[in-house]
Design a protein around this ligand. Structure first.
Ligand code: ARG
Length: 571
């Protein structure tokens, strides 16, 4: 791609003061367009060169001529400013968008694989609202990495093994006869959720229930046939509902390799740990000590022989490396599990796998709800009081449908559009923040069509689509004259479009979809401004302006898609 930032960064490297990568981080767009299209601040060089930034910028501007495609460069108050040759700039960018379409700004294939573990809910429960975060952040990261040229393996590491199944089995058999095939066949995840809540309640009064559950899980692990049957029925009932929700959310995976998948791969891991002299028996458990890293021991095996979450993650990491030979393996999991991942990666390192450094925990904060006293707090799923994701999606869609019924009752596929907007609203409320920030969920703010919301961006896309539709022209017949797109709101919009590649890169490097979410807001704002200031249909510049509308629509559609939000065309 013809990137002006790239050209400037290359020039910066020629000066000997920056590397290209350093320069790319520093280059920005001055808020006041009269100071140039891009600027490179020279303040950080002052110490090294023992000179005032102002003098440094002046020397650079005098010494290095403007690269091709630029009208001039100039020094101003310690900044080295770059002015594009506007006509050439508009022509280059718009022609490239026409040629590449939705893939404008995408990188070339890198021949490198990134494995991304996301969503990965525990089986036997319904998706809680907080599962939205891993699901949407992971889904967006997978799309962003793909756009940046990586092969992506999307993994759902379902929590389908572990003591919780002991709990479900114990509770199920308390309430049902083992011979009651009919009940088992018709079991739904709703009922499983209830079994969980009953277990938590009853075990408070009957603590021995906990050990019954552990025994039940041990029996399941040893292969008891009936328990296996119960387990696989529980799993199927959950998966059915899970798939339904993923489908309406537009979320996909390449692999559903849950924890149970690693069951038969665990003995080899334990053996390897033993061989490498890493396993120590402590308090009746086999552990790997990590004292030298100031970490608590990593639990590998319990006294009754059952294995643990960490053991299954070790087996999974080894399997992924072998299967995918990943460049990076990302785990999009809440920040509460930071210690767990530190331990797992440290054990891999102790086992001698230098690629353990390529495993990265991608943590994120909580979703907070307002309680009755108006204070923000974390929802509690264990006791079943937190809202379920499906309830939130349904409620959001219903609210949007009411709006559509008021404003555009004739719209085709109203329900479908309402669901897409509802999901975009709740997902964007999440994606617009840095991952590690806690997200405050406020219905009215998230569902609004104004402000930093999903519907606001979708609405910008709808407006662009509607202009194109009304023009009655197809993209292929459109042509433009750069000279007609030099007014400030057209030119600013072109500049905004040109930044897509850089934004994809930054979101990828930082594993931060919010960077792209912020870009989508800026894009939507520029697009609204352009439409407000320039009449498109029926104007003397109709052809050029339509062309710009088309290019903007392509970029916005692609960015919405990279965020995992549906680019609806009518609302
Ligand atoms: N099932 C876990 C949970 O719900 C998350 C799993 C994340 N992935 C992993 N490889 N440990 O807390």
């Amino acid at each position: 791609m013809f990137s002006f930032e790239n050209k400037i960064a290359e020039l910066a490297e020629q000066t000997g003061h920056w590397t290209k990568a350093e320069a790319l981080l520093l280059i920005s767009i001055p808020p006041d367009a009269s100071c140039g299209d891009w600027c490179l601040p020279c303040f950080m060089l002052a110490k090294k060169l023992r000179k005032a930034p102002k003098a440094i910028a002046e020397e650079l501007a005098a010494q290095f001529p403007a690269p091709q495609g630029f009208a001039k460069t100039e020094a101003l108050n310690g900044y080295w400013n770059f002015y594009a040759d506007k006509v050439a700039f508009v022509k280059n960018i718009l022609n490239e968008i026409k040629e590449k379409g939705l893939e404008f700004g995408f990188a070339k294939q890198k021949n490198k694989t990134v494995a991304i573990d996301y969503s990965s809910p525990n089986i036997g429960k319904e998706l809680a609202f907080h599962h939205l975060r891993s699901t949407m952040i992971g889904n967006s990261l997978a799309r962003i990495f793909k756009a940046n040229g990586y092969k992506v393996e999307r993994i759902n590491h379902l929590g389908d093994w572990g003591t919780q199944f002991g709990k479900l089995i114990v509770m199920y058999l308390r309430e049902n006869l083992p011979t009651d095939e009919q009940t088992l066949c018709n079991l739904t995840v709703k009922e499983l959720n209830k079994l969980y809540s009953s277990f938590s309640k009853i075990s408070k009064e009957e603590p021995e229930l906990e050990s019954e559950a552990r025994d039940a899980f041990a029996k399941l692990e040893k292969g008891d046939e009936f328990y296996r049957k119960l387990w696989s029925t529980f799993k199927e009932a959950t998966l059915k509902e899970l798939m339904r929700i993923y489908k309406i959310m537009g979320v996909d995976f390449d692999h559903y390799t849950g924890e149970s998948f690693f069951e038969d791969k665990i003995p080899a891991v334990v053996e390897e740990l033993e061989k490498k002299n890493l396993l120590v028996n402590s308090q009746e458990r086999d552990v790997v000590l990590l004292e030298e890293l100031d970490l608590p021991p990593c639990l590998i095996k319990k006294s009754d022989g059952s294995t643990l979450y960490a053991t299954r993650d070790l087996a999974a990491a080894l399997y992924r490396k072998e299967q995918f030979n990943f460049e990076k393996c990302l785990y999009v999991v809440d920040n509460g599990q930071a210690l767990h991942f530190k331990q797992v990666f440290a054990v891999l390192n102790k086992m001698g796998y230098e690629w353990s450094k390529d495993c990265e925990h991608i943590p994120f904060g909580l979703i907070l709800h307002k309680n009755e006293e108006g204070k923000w707090e974390k929802g509690k799923t264990r006791t079943g009081t937190a809202s379920l994701l499906r309830d939130v999606i349904e409620a959001a869609s219903a609210k949007i449908l009411t709006l559509i019924n008021e404003k555009n009752p004739e719209l085709a596929n109203k329900e479908d559009v309402a669901t897409k907007i509802g999901i975009a609203a709740i997902a964007f409320n999440d994606l617009k923040n840095r991952r590690l920030m806690d997200v405050k969920f406020d219905w009215d703010a998230a569902l609004s069509f104004d402000g930093a919301t999903g519907p606001y961006i979708q609405n910008a896309h709808v407006r662009l689509c509607s202009i194109l539709r009304k023009s009655g022209k197809s993209a292929l017949e459109l042509t433009f004259k750069s000279e007609e797109l030099l007014d400030p709101s057209s030119y600013d919009l072109v500049k905004m479009l040109s930044r897509k590649e850089e934004k994809i890169n930054a979101a990828c490097e930082n594993r931060e979809p919010y960077m792209l979410a912020q870009y989508s807001l800026e894009l939507a704002e520029s697009a609204h401004k352009f439409i407000h200031n320039n009449r498109v249909l029926g104007s003397a510049e109709e052809g050029s302006r339509l062309f710009l509308v088309y290019c903007t629509q392509q970029i916005l559609e692609s960015v919405l898609d990279l965020l995992g939000l549906a680019p609806v065309r009518e609302m």
